[in-house]
Structures are given as structure tokens and as C-alpha cells.
Design a protein around this ligand. Structure first.
Ligand SMILES: [Zn+2]
Length: 266
């Protein structure tokens, strides 16, 4: 079977395990059903930006150069929540967009995705976010009214814990055992009294399981920059990664817009 289209972020359905769908803009492929099968992704040397323009090269968030320079979705507050200014009525690129995006409840969370990390996300997008990052467990540390307040808190915590996912650990079953409730208490004590006012009394630890038959001991990231053909036996899916039995891992999200043929050998 062959499917053609351009890659988008995998869609996921919360469950144990999580269900993933490869979104080829035309076809949705249920990836859990491909575990154990030989699959091949063939790059077609075309990339479509979110704006629909075909380009040779994309920048952060897979935007073409023009979009990367102008779209609010690629503005500073997206990458640096603490630089959000919509609450002050100050525009970065498009104040109406920024108000909609920033002026809504956000959470600062702690997650275990190959190690302890802190992150910020919109409250109603948190489960999606945790799955996209491949977290096996997460807890809400604090809830704020807007993106700025959450960003400032995350910044203050960066000296104490990582804000990055350790993808090598995450994809080779290197998750340490972490008591997130205990960590929440420990981290809460590091906050200023002003910030402690935002602490959430939601102490539920959300756990997630991923469809992974087997983890490789050592993983190696593969991209279309290195090779036009990516193939192997699919052994798992976690975060936005496809994991192959030989330890190769492919980040679907970082290839958004790339035109591919996906060939599945039955
Ligand atoms: Zn564009």
C-alpha cells in the first residue's frame, strides 16, 4: 500500500495506549496498526508551508521565510512565553491573535519524559501537549490567567530543572522513576510567595502509555536532510516520533509540510 501527501503533526487520541494517526493531509493512517510492519517514507523534494506556498526550505515551526518573519504563530511569545505582552495591550505581530492565544488559562506543569521537566501550555491543550512530548506522567504545578504569568514562573524554575525533553532517554526507555507529587511540593517551595498564589490544588498525576513493542538500547535521529528514504520495521510511536527496530527514530512534527510517499509492506 502506498499513501501520498505532505506530513502534518500526528493526530493522537488519548487512551492507554495512545492512538496515533499519521496525517498526510489527504489520508489519515492509523499508525498503531503498522507496528511490526516494514514501512518506508520517501521524500518527494517538495515542502508546503502552512500558508500553502511550496518552498525548498522551511524555518522554525515549518514556516516559509515570509511566514516565519510575519505570522503571530511564529512570534516571540510562542517560543518565549515570558515575553508575552497581550495582557498589557502591546502587540508583537497581531494583537487580536495574541489576545486570543495568550489571555486564557495556562498551566505550568511538571512531566516525566525521559527525565523531569517543566513546561508551559494552554490549560485546555495540556493533555495533547503531554502526549506530543512523550511524557509518561504529568502533574499541574500552577494555573495562571494568562501566558505571561506562566512564562515568568517557568523562567524562574529553569535554573532548578530542565525545560527540554531528553528525547534520547525518552525514546530508549530511559524514564527515571519520579514521584511527581513529591516533586511538586519540592518545586513549589522554590517559588516566591507571589508565585505560590498560582499553585494548583489539582494533584492528579496523569499517566500515559505509548504503543511501543520494544525500545532500542541506543537511538539515532534520522531526517530528510540526511536521507531521502527512511525505512525499517516500526517498533513504536511516542511523542511525535516513529521508532524503528534498529534504533532509528524519525520526528514527524519536525517534518511538517514535507511531501512523502508512505509505503507499507503487509
Ligand atoms: Zn508560508
Amino acid at each position: 500500500m502506498t499513501f501520498n501527501g505532505f506530513l502534518q503533526k500526528m493526530r493522537c487520541q488519548i487512551g492507554n495506549p495512545v492512538h496515533y494517526y499519521l496525517n498526510l493531509s489527504t489520508d489519515l493512517i492509523h499508525v498503531n496498526g503498522l507496528l511490526g510492519k516494514d514501512i518506508q517514507l520517501q521524500f518527494q523534494h517538495k515542502i508546503t508551508c502552512h500558508c500553502g506556498k511550496e518552498v525548498d526550505r522551511v524555518f522554525r515551526q515549518n514556516f516559509c521565510f515570509d511566514c516565519f518573519q510575519t505570522k503571530p504563530e511564529a512570534g516571540q511569545p510562542i517560543f518565549f512565553p515570558e515575553k508575552s505582552q497581550a495582557h498589557l495591550g502591546i502587540e508583537d505581530r497581531d494583537l487580536e491573535f495574541e489576545k486570543r492565544y495568550q489571555l486564557q488559562p495556562h498551566v505550568v506543569y511538571l512531566a516525566n519524559s525521559g527525565g523531569l521537566k517543566v513546561g508551559v501550555t494552554r490549560k485546555n491543550a495540556r493533555f495533547q501537549r503531554w502526549i506530543d512530548q512523550g511524557a509518561i506522567a504529568a502533574i499541574v504545578l500552577a494555573e495562571t490567567k494568562n501566558r505571561y504569568e506562566a512564562g515568568v514562573m517557568e523562567s524562574a524554575l529553569k535554573g532548578h530543572l530542565s525545560d527540554k525533553t531528553d528525547w534520547r532517554n525518552m525514546l530508549s526507555e530511559g524514564d527515571p522513576t519520579i514521584d511527581l507529587l513529591k516533586e511538586k511540593e519540592r518545586i513549589a517551595a522554590l517559588l516566591s510567595s507571589e508565585q505560590q498564589a498560582f499553585l494548583s490544588d489539582d494533584n492528579e498525576v496523569t499517566t500515559m502509555q505509548y504503543p511501543v513493542n520494544a525500545y532500542a538500547k541506543k537511538v539515532k535521529s534520522i531526517t530528510f536532510k540526511k536521507s531521502d528514504t527512511i525505512k525499517g520495521q516500526l517498533s513504536g510511536i511516542r511523542g511525535q516520533y516513529l521508532i524503528f527496530s534498529d534504533g532509528q527514530v524519525f520526528n514527524v512534527r519536525s517534518h511538517e509540510g514535507h511531501h512523502v510517499s508512505v509505503i507499507v509492506n503487509a
